[in-house]
Design a protein around this ligand. Structure first.
Ligand SMILES: *[C@@H]1O[C@H](CO)[C@@H](O)[C@H](O)[C@H]1NC(C)=O
Ligand SMILES: *[C@@H]1O[C@H](CO)[C@@H](O)[C@H](O)[C@H]1NC(C)=O
Ligand SMILES: *[C@@H]1O[C@H](CO)[C@@H](O)[C@H](O)[C@H]1NC(C)=O
Ligand SMILES: *[C@@H]1O[C@H](CO)[C@@H](O)[C@H](O)[C@H]1NC(C)=O
Ligand SMILES: *[C@@H]1O[C@H](CO)[C@@H](O)[C@H](O)[C@H]1NC(C)=O
Length: 417
């Protein structure tokens, strides 16, 4: 089939290589669960050059995180963009890259706010229009996230003992972190675990101030099982479960994993791929190049006719079972859904790929495909042709576009705070 040929088979191969690698590589825990996302209230009009600035910032931070586990970068634009990304020190190199990739794919929810920050349980990412690097506390945004689950205690004595243990763990982890260049772990009798991390740009006095305030606030979470302080200059968490990597494990993990180079490439290609979708969303689907559109169209047509496996590049088609190929392509289609809410998150994708017997959700037609790619049997087409006429069809397409841009603005992120 001629229409099935992609213009850029190398790129396609690389992307498939990434997806299939997820089947076989086993990672430890990159701690990508989100404990807080905060989108600034000032927004830019969508028409500005902000998205390219954002992408540039993220690319540059990505290089720095890959090399040093953290970094700051300044993009001289209007408004200026200062960025900071940092992995928590106990994360292995691989987990650090995965955590950064996850934070970077979640943060665009805030666009086009001129500032945003996201705390995952293993890393932090922020951009703003001023140099916030030395900021230790900021009463306007510092916050605490207590888990909803309370611990279970035999009696009042046990409860009081737990609350005291939390206090002790927090005190100990704060002292350790202040002594230990901004990072500390603490454990109390196997019942409470704590981690403290200051940003590398914060001075040691700033680190102490931040952790002391965060510790005081997080202590208020007890007797709940989990508490996190999400502050301008630091992160502090306690939990009844051991959620961090011991220093020794972390050191072992960060040394000499021979797969690290491969993983770096995988993570970066995944992120580049997701950024492409971000660009596409903002640029308006109409402006997507014919090549890309042709590719989606082909995959969509195959999907409609249950022949998805034929969509894989010949270089890969013979090497993998047909079911895996079509599952991966179906997940790819899910990533092109009009509404952000319908698209799977990075975590969802990993889960879908790992759970081979699981059901993959049914994708809706991607909005940038014009109606004429549908099979004549399509309900959408006959609906719009028979009962609505072509004006209504145009309206349907327009409303897809507006769904997209409104779900990209920050109200979504703000309402979650
Ligand atoms: C608090 O953290 C938990 C665990 O990561 C997360 O599920 C929840 O959404 C967070 N709450 C807020 C308000 O962000
Ligand atoms: C990051 O920024 C530095 C200087 O600001 C520049 O030399 C480098 O090429 C940039 N890297 C990327 C990937 O944009
Ligand atoms: C950053 O944005 C805020 C809100 O729009 C504005 O008040 C402030 O002056 C800006 N700061 C800089 C350095 O541009
Ligand atoms: C933290 O607690 C451990 C064991 O309870 C103790 O050995 C260590 O000295 C404490 N560290 C600080 C800085 O208090
Ligand atoms: C880390 O590596 C050392 C030596 O390679 C080994 O003795 C130790 O048990 C390892 N620690 C963990 C937690 O895997």
């Amino acid at each position: 089939m001629n229409s099935m040929r992609y213009e850029n088979p190398t790129w396609v191969c690389f992307f498939f290589f990434f997806l299939f690698s997820l089947f076989s590589l086993s990672f430890s825990d990159p701690r990508t669960s989100q404990s807080g996302i905060y989108c600034g209230a000032s927004k830019l009009p969508l028409s500005t050059n902000f998205i390219p600035t954002f992408v540039k910032e993220m690319e540059n931070l990505s290089q720095l995180v890959t090399a040093h586990h953290w970094g700051t970068h300044f993009v001289n634009s209007t408004p200026p963009m200062y960025g900071l990304a940092q992995c928590f020190q106990d994360l292995s190199h691989t987990d650090c890259l995965l955590c950064y990739a996850a934070s970077r794919t979640k943060l665009p929810r805030c666009l086009p706010s001129i500032s945003a920050r996201i705390f995952l349980d293993g890393c932090f990412l922020r951009y703003d229009n001023y140099s916030f690097y030395r900021e230790a506390v900021n009463p306007l945004v510092d916050s605490v996230n207590c888990s909803s689950k309370s611990g279970v205690f035999a009696d009042e004595v046990a409860r009081v003992e737990f609350v005291n243990s939390v206090g002790f763990a927090i005190e100990n982890v704060t002292r350790t972190a202040v002594k230990n260049r901004g990072f500390g772990l603490a454990e109390v009798k196997g019942s409470v675990y704590a981690l403290a991390q200051c940003w590398k740009t914060v001075s040691s006095d700033g680190c102490r101030e931040c952790l002391e305030k965060a510790g005081k606030a997080v202590r208020g979470c007890a007797p709940r099982r989990d508490g996190r302080g999400l502050f301008a200059g630091c992160y502090l968490r306690y939990s009844t479960e051991k959620f961090y990597n011991d220093r020794e494990e972390a050191e072992n993990a960060s040394h000499g994993s021979s797969r690290t180079g491969v993983t770096v490439a995988i993570v970066l290609s995944a992120v580049a791929f997701l950024m492409l979708f971000l660009f596409a969303a903002f640029a308006g689907y109409a402006r997507l190049s014919r090549i890309k559109e042709g590719m989606y169209t082909s995959v969509w047509k195959l999907y409609r006719t249950s022949r998805l496996a034929e969509g894989a590049d010949p270089c890969l088609r013979d090497k993998f079972p047909e079911k895996e190929v079509s599952d991966v392509l179906q997940i790819g289609l899910l990533c092109t859904q009009a509404s952000v809410a319908l698209r799977p998150s990075m975590d969802d994708i990993v889960q879908l790929l790992n759970n081979k017997d699981g059901e993959i959700p049914i994708p809706k037609q991607p909005p940038f495909l014009s109606a004429n790619v549908l099979e004549p049997s399509s309900s959408i087409k006959s609906y719009s042709m028979n009962s609505l006429g072509s004006n209504a069809l145009r309206k349907t397409e327009a409303s897809y576009t507006s769904t997209e841009s409104s779900s990209m603005d920050s109200s979504d992120g703000l309402s979650r705070i």
